[in-house]
Ligand binder design. Structure first.
Ligand SMILES: Nc1ncnc2c1ncn2[C@@H]1O[C@H](COP(=O)(O)OP(=O)(O)O)[C@@H](O)[C@H]1O
Ligand SMILES: [Mg+2]
Length: 332
């Protein structure tokens, strides 16, 4: 099957909209040189579900809408964003050069792409993964990124849920999880969400006994019987009221978003709703269902042609759904 059209703009795609104004943000007095103010991260735990494909295309649509976009290949060991954008890898400057101090200025680690307004920091093309970076290295990177005069940073994450990948996801309040309608992908998406939430929590809590408790809770077979954030919340409440309030805030602020990719049957669209309710009911997590993208042969064709789908096949169904998702995210 080549592609299918799943018609209509669903009314449920009314997610909370944020400011649409590139460079200016919510505050109209902010000038065009103001530093980065939006960060998106695309994760999902599993490999081969469309993270890189989505990252490239979201970034391209945003750049075409006038945003100054920096796309970052945070999948160091499996870097391939440059290929999706038709940029030759070779010996060009990349993220590892910055992380390992071979390039001091983060701006010099970015290269131009053929899409106006879209720059790329390539992954490393070697076998050193992001998991081998230190928290200090990552923090240094995040600080440098915040000062860059761009409107939007998009991180393409590696598969898995190691600490480094979770830190990239948590560096933004606009983390997007991708799941495809396959049990393996759904399982990994939940695992990723759970790990991201616990990591966020551990970073929020200020006392080490509570951090120890969270570490214990992350082991699904822990002896205290903590299975969900709700169980953990109870335990923390019994130990420390201040930490309980911080927990509540962390839960409130954690608002990951979901895209269901490679939808082949209209029935599969519902996956987003069921994942949203499972997250709410069992984890207390507010997962926003941002939308879905149909399975479309134009996707692999565009990758073969080393071009973003939204440019190579702008009329394809998948491109249509992607533009919808970006406009939701940008509030346009
Ligand atoms: N909506 C889609 N329709 C058809 N094929 C898709 C779609 N999304 C992803 N793919 C295919 O899946 C492959 C893996 O996508 P990729 O973005 O590299 O995954 P990840 O970054 O999650 O490992 C792509 O090469 C593409 O062929
Ligand atoms: Mg990838």
């Amino acid at each position: 099957m080549s592609s299918m059209r799943l018609t209509g703009t669903p009314s449920w795609l009314n997610i909370k909209q944020r400011s649409a104004r590139p460079g200016g943000g919510d505050d109209p007095s902010r000038g065009p040189q103001e530093p980065v103010r939006r960060v998106w991260a695309i994760g999902g735990g599993k490999g081969g579900i469309g993270k890189s494909f989505l990252a490239v295309n979201l970034a391209t649509v945003a750049a075409r809408a006038g945003w100054r976009v920096l796309l970052i290949d945070a999948d160091l060991a499996g870097a391939n964003l440059h290929t999706c954008l038709g940029v030759r890898g070779g010996n060009r400057v990349n993220l590892s050069d910055y992380l390992y101090d071979r390039v001091v200025d983060i701006d010099k680690a970015a290269i131009d792409t053929s899409v106006p307004g879209l720059r790329l920091i390539m992954g490393a093309l070697d076998h050193t993964g992001m998991a081998e970076t230190s928290r200090a290295q990552r923090e240094h990177l995040f600080q440098a990124l915040r000062k860059l005069p761009v409107d939007l940073v998009v991180f393409d994450l590696a598969a898995g849920a190691d600490r480094a990948t979770l830190d990239f996801f948590l560096e933004t309040d606009e983390g997007v999880i991708i799941a495809t309608p396959e049990p393996t992908s759904i399982e990994n998406a939940y695992g990723f969400l759970r790990a991201a939430f616990y990591r966020r929590l551990a970073r929020t809590m200020s006392t080490s006994p509570i951090r120890d408790l969270i570490r214990e809770a992350m082991d699904r077979r822990n002896e205290r019987g903590i299975r969900t954030p709700a169980d953990l919340f109870k335990e923390i409440g019994q130990l420390d009221r201040g930490e309980e309030a911080r927990f509540r805030q962390a839960l409130e602020d954690f608002r990951p978003r979901l895209v269901v990719n490679q939808v082949r049957e209209s029935e599969e669209i519902k996956l987003g709703f069921s994942m949203r309710s499972v997250c709410r009911k069992f984890f207390g997590i507010n997962l926003e269902y941002l939308g879905y993208i149909c399975f479309d042969d134009a996707v692999w064709r565009s990758i073969k042609e080393r071009q973003p789908l939204v440019l190579a096949y702008p009329q394809s169904d998948a491109a249509l759904y992607i533009r919808r998702i970006v406009h939701k995210m940008l509030g346009t």
